[in-house]
Design a protein around this ligand. Structure first.
Ligand code: ZN
Ligand code: ZN
Length: 109
């Protein structure tokens, strides 16, 4: 088999580490559509090669080439990363992120 592309499509469902929502994966799902938190599982998107696995908290929004991204910072190692916003992301959560009022405690049960 040829070398795999950096973005490996990995369909998986996961339970959000912050709000507990069961997120349905579609192959590109890398964050929770309810609270928008992610976990530090990848080195390259989708490769699940990181051994950190701490929660990545959304710290802001960024717009580039008409695309919207959520900026993340890892609570474990400080790694920063951005993910494209998904169509089904909770708009109320995105507003919190945009105004820097996102707090993990707002979503924890
Ligand atoms: Zn969540
Ligand atoms: Zn990390």
């Amino acid at each position: 088999m040829l070398e795999r592309p950096r973005f490996s499509k990995n369909i998986e469902h996961f339970t959000c580490a912050v709000c507990g929502k069961k997120v349905q994966g579609n192959g590109y799902t890398d964050h929770c559509d309810n609270c928008c938190a992610s976990t530090h599982d990848d080195i390259y998107p989708g490769d699940r090669a990181s051994d950190c696995h701490a929660v990545m908290e959304p710290v802001g929004l960024e717009y580039q080439n008409r695309k919207k991204y959520i900026l993340y910072k890892c609570t474990g190692c400080g790694y920063t990363h951005r993910n494209q916003i998904a169509k089904n992301d909770n708009p109320a959560t995105l507003r919190l992120i945009a105004s820097h009022q996102w707090r993990r405690s707002l979503f924890q049960r």
